[in-house]
Design a protein around this ligand. Structure first.
Ligand code: NAD
Length: 290
């Protein structure tokens, strides 16, 4: 299959390489000069999209997605699929999907979970929104780039699932970190804390699989000086998307709101910029009750 791939950064680069490795003809475009194994580079997004059966985008945010969509949708063949894997606001996802469908294309919003290692290893989880026909067209590509794809509903449903998941992730990371810092101050050994919580009702992905305490639990960014991993600023981006969506939908999300405030403070005024999102733990260690 001929595939256009636009946005070949940390995530898009290895995803495109996996499609090429599986035997597809991949034509790529990125604003930055990049080289991806097996991918032929085009001079523009429109050129990468021309004649492609599927165009995948993996871009930083909704504004950039909208701009790229304006350029490539007119260049795409009728019946081709526009598959956006970026994490963006639900409104941008729906606007772009409507624009694509109105010009005779199939459209899927399919943000991912699994990070850079999942992109490289082809083990991402895709959460997809769009029609059955659009999902069916994209699904074989999800199989190559990932290990699981869930068709969540109509356009925007993938982004809705992604921001709800990541709102839980942000909240549980804050909760896990503040509990470890409290345990420290109560004189509890961290390994004992992990042994109890990881097998008790306080267990979570953030404690069990991504423990924010160095030397405890499986290897995680905490064991690598909190180098990301999943950067605190990306966590903040997703939490802000969740709060924007909550506002639009009139949903009460006090924990999501508090986690957003904490990550804003951490990234903008404290030590969070450039750190993994689990570096919330040293943040709490340094502070007393405010
Ligand atoms: P990145 O910054 O490494 O890659 C984005 C790429 O898009 C860059 O190479 C940039 O040059 C390119 N780009 C920007 N504007 C462009 C344009 N107009 N035309 C063509 N290319 C353009 O970011 P990333 O880590 O690959 O993340 C991409 C998306 O995936 C984001 O929406 C992010 O939230 C999401 N995501 C990231 C992770 C992660 O762990 N990094 C995990 C899940 C989801």
């Amino acid at each position: 299959m001929k595939i256009g791939f636009i946005g070949l950064g940390n995530m898009g680069g290895p995803m495109a390489a996996n499609l090429a490795k599986a035997g597809h003809e991949v034509i790529g475009f990125d604003m930055a000069p990049v080289e991806i194994e097996g991918v032929t580079m085009a001079a523009s997004g429109a050129e990468a999209a021309q004649g492609a059966e599927v165009v995948v985008t993996m871009l930083p945010n909704g504004a950039i997605l909208r701009a790229v969509a304006n350029e490539i949708i007119p260049a795409m063949d009728k019946g081709a699929a526009f598959v956006d894997c970026s994490t963006v606001d639900v409104e941008s996802a729906r606007t772009v999907a409507d624009q694509a469908v109105n010009t005779g294309l199939l459209a899927v919003d399919a943000p991912v979970s699994g990070g850079i290692s999942g992109a490289a290893g082809g083990t991402l989880t895709f959460m997809a929104g769009g029609s059955d026909a659009a999902f069916a067209k994209a699904d074989p590509l999800f199989d190559i780039m990932g290990q699981k794809a869930v068709h969540c509903g109509e356009s925007g449903a993938g982004q809705a699932a992604k921001i709800c998941n990541n709102m839980i992730l942000g909240i549980t990371m804050v909760g896990t970190c503040e509990a470890i810092a409290l345990a420290d101050k109560l004189g509890l050994d961290r390994q004992k804390m992990f042994d109890v919580v990881s097998t008790s009702s306080g267990y979570s992905w953030t404690m069990n699989a991504y423990c924010p305490a160095p030397g405890v639990g499986p290897q995680s960014p905490a064991d690598n000086d909190y180098k990301p991993g999943f950067a605190a600023e990306l966590m903040l981006k997703d939490l802000r998307l969740s709060q924007k969506a909550a506002e639009a939908a009139d949903a009460d999300t006090p924990m999501g709101q508090r986690a957003t405030e904490l990550y804003t403070q951490f990234v903008e005024n404290e030590d969070g910029l450039g750190m993994d999102f689990s570096a919330m733990l040293p943040r709490f260690e340094k502070r007393g009750r405010e």
